[in-house]
Design a binder for this molecule. Structure first.
Ligand code: NAD
Ligand code: UGA
Length: 323
């Protein structure tokens, strides 16, 4: 089967593409290779994918109507879409708000317009975010909870994507699932996320900035578990046109300072910690109720941070040496 995957040069995209190809799917990868972070890392991920027979790459912006809608004729055999391309990062949305609306709202809409032109499409799975839960205090976060108080523009654009998808499911019968990813980490991760920034600071003897002294909590989810969940979900399209949004997390809420402790162990060096107030974009805690995705496709995260962080650290050290 042929899967169209947006954000293929990205962190999660690369892992999802590898998982799909490992089971024999063909992947058409799309990415605009923007310079939000080091493009050499995006190209290195792509090089891994392009070394495999089942992968083709198209450089395109998902918000570019002409380029994207043109794919409907040229790739009419596509049966599934995994849409991951987006402007990520909760804190950066204070710096460059326009990039978020352009990629995450306009880009999302254009992907839906492409989807409804693909006659053989069975399922579109797209990336949403745990950040849509905003400052909700009822834990764990469940899909039935209200999600109308985003505390970052990033979260507002991700919630907008869910709502636009809901209208397209209703209007055009598009079978879709939105996955609310919870803080994903692992090898080939993003330089703007905490694991990379913390590891780099520890190795270069610079201070690690911990918001509220590291007492914030995250449901840190290992990327291989995410890739398995995306794949499992892709194989289970919703019946009918009811909108579907699912949490995908590790189902454990961990203090950031514990994350740093395990990272120190994996790198064999102590961190110099600086306590800083929490930015207004960052929520106190995330924790995923994963019973719905478990029931749907048997999703079962198997990677505690004690296993996942050493795997990230090992990759990071090799990237830092040779990359
Ligand atoms: P990433 O930045 O590594 O990957 C996104 C990729 O999309 C990048 O390669 C980028 O070049 C590409 N892209 C961005 N805008 C584009 C556009 N307009 N057109 C074409 N390509 C574009 O980020 P990631 O961590 O792999 O995130 C993947 C998805 O998961 C995103 O939708 C993100 O919002 C979501 N998400 C990630 C996390 C996480 O913890 N990593 C958590 C929640 C949600
Ligand atoms: C991550 C991704 O970056 C977002 O794209 C995504 O949408 C979000 O997960 C999600 O789950 O939806 P975040 O949880 O902030 O956002 O991930 P990190 O940047 O890796 O931060 C992890 C934790 O460390 C957070 O609690 C953050 O507040 C904290 N942190 C981060 C610090 O204490 N200090 C820093 O310098 C950076």
């Amino acid at each position: 089967m042929t899967v169209l995957l947006t954000g293929a040069a990205g962190f999660i995209g690369m892992h999802v593409a590898e998982a799909l190809m490992a089971r024999g799917d063909d992947v058409i990868g799309i990415d605009n290779l923007n310079a939000y972070y080091d493009v050499r890392l995006k190209r290195a991920r792509l090089a891994r994918l392009e070394a495999r027979a089942g992968f083709r790459f198209l450089e395109a912006d998902v918000a570019d109507r002409e380029a994207m809608l043109g794919l409907a004729e040229r790739h009419a055999g596509v049966t599934r879409i995994v849409h991951l391309a987006a402007q990520p990062g909760v804190r950066h949305s204070l710096v460059d708000p326009y990039a978020y609306v352009q990629s995450n709202v306009m880009g999302h809409l254009v992907v839906l317009e492409l989807a409804r032109r693909l006659r053989r499409l069975e399922h579109l799975v797209y990336a949403s975010s745990s950040s849509v839960y905003g400052a909700n205090r009822d834990l764990p976060f469940a899909e039935a909870d209200r999600v109308d108080h985003p505390v970052s523009l990033y979260a507002a654009t991700k919630r907008s994507g869910e709502l636009i998808s809901e209208s397209y499911a209703h209007l055009f019968g598009l079978p879709q699932t939105g996955l609310r990813f919870f803080t994903v980490y692992g090898p080939w991760g993003r330089p703007d996320m905490a694991p990379w920034m913390f590891a780099e600071a520890i190795l270069s003897g610079r201070p690690v900035t911990l918001y509220d002294g590291g007492r914030l909590k995250r449901d840190f989810t290992f990327v291989d578990d995410i890739a398995a969940g995306v794949q499992g979900c892709l194989d289970h399209p919703p019946e009918g046109t009811a909108p579907r949004v699912l949490n995908i997390g590790n189902n454990r809420s961990v203090e950031v300072r514990r994350f740093v402790e395990v990272l120190e162990g994996a790198l064999g060096r102590r961190a110099i910690v600086v306590d800083t107030p929490r930015p207004a974009t960052d929520v106190a805690e995330t924790f995923a109720d994963i019973s719905a995705i478990q029931a749907l496709c048997g999703f079962a995260p198997r990677t505690p941070i004690e296993v996942g962080i050493p795997r990230f650290a090992e990759w990071y050290l090799s990237w830092r040496e040779g990359g």
